[in-house]
Design a protein around this ligand. Sequence first.
Ligand code: KIV
Ligand code: ZN
Length: 535
Amino acid sequence: MSKRIYIFDTTLRDGEQSPGISLNSNEKLKIAKQLCQLGVDVIEAGFPASSKGDFESVRSIAKNVRGSTIAALARTTRQDIDRAWEAIEYAEQPRIHTFIATSDIHMKYKLKMEPGDVLEKAAEMVAYARSLCPEVEFSPEDAARTDKEFLYRVIEAVINAGARVVNIPDTVGYMTPDEFGGLIRSIRNNVSNIDKAIISVHCHNDLGMAVANSLAAVENGADQVECTINGLGERAGNAALEEIVMALKTRKDFYNAYTGIVTEKLYRTSSMVGFATGVHVQPNKAIVGVNAFAHESGIHQHGVMSNSETYEIMTPESIGLRQSRMVLGKHSGRHAFEEKLKELGYSNLNQEEINKAFVLFKDLADKKKYIMDRDIEALITQESSKANEKYKLEYFQVSSGSETVSTATVRIRSKDCVSEEAACGDGPVDAAFNAIGRAIGMKVNLDEYSIKASTGGNDALGEVTVKVSKDNTKASGYGVSTDIIEASVLAYINAINHIESRFQESGRIEREEFAFAKSCNYFGAGEIDNWGLEV
Ligand code: KIV
Ligand code: ZN
């Protein structure tokens, strides 16, 4: 009989630990809702004890997402476990995931604890977590490098203490598939009470073997796989969810296992996470890279045209990539536009969002002859990342040339306050970014800037992604326009808005509001006292 494998997604926890990634609460909630629609069994929403912002976003996901189990990570301390429980207590199905390292190297140099004390702590804290939460998962961190006999004893003790899931992490991505599969088999054979728990695996990709190791674990009796969208995660990342799921689906004959994932939503989920994090997958990425279903050589094209199975082991449709039969343009009406949204998988947009998207589409159709699927995705991605923006662009102008100093003027609105500033810079983008910094009264560091054309053609949309930071807070921003300076300006303001919302989450907003208020040099009619300033 075919075996059901549970998919535990840790994009919002381990994935968010990727270098340079920082998501705000709003973005995390959107991703969590998408993961739930994707059919993920467990969403690890975050590590509530790590920051106030993480706590708030886990809590908001627990309150608002129904259909998946919501897990929160905690070290084996009462404070962490209390904080995790406080964050998820209102979830439909809450799970506390607690961990402590068990390898010699971690116990000696990181924890500075004796093995016996680690074992005791693990069992004691699992029991404590169980007194609060009906479902507890335990991870012996760095299990792959842990002495096997000790690992069996720890697992046995935590299951006796009430852990329903034991997760075996290859924390540093050290193992080979044969070894890791063997480890899972040996746990099955040597832990006396293992039938009372689910075995989970959590593989990192330091040697590029995270997916292979996870699949080897499935072959050897693992019931749950922990993974992330696009393989995001600490260092080289975690096992990629889309690869695990499609391997199990495509090679069902071999693995004799299946998941509850709605694979047709994989592509949308991957691109949503790519845009929210600013980390896009490489073109040749398995399953979701732009080239994953592209055939370049004539021989391959001929084969695929005669019978797609000659060179395609999965259909593009199975991951939600449809061959577009309908290209929109200036004369396309609302009905065709709404059909296109459905075709692209945006079935969860509300009427107001559809109306907004339609206005943007019509604006774009005035500038661009054919509106491709990617253009629509780009517009919607931009709109959704703008939700609750505090600062909005009203106007910008740049002047630039080979013999002149670039200058820019921007006008930015926040509620009824409008701030207009000009600045020079090294090129039009730098000038515009300097003017934005002045107008808002907040200078951020620009850590990364990238631009690409959404489609081919001279009238293609420019898609700009920026990563910025301020005082150890990081954020990314996204902007699209047929004018690349405008796309850059929108992306930069979007990133500053994300920094602002991170500050808000951590209680730093008053100082920043004051900064904008001070720089605000023109007031619209009405409520100026919002800013506490005299006219
Ligand atoms: O990689 C790891 O060991 C982890 C644990 C916290 C599960 O992320
Ligand atoms: Zn990890």
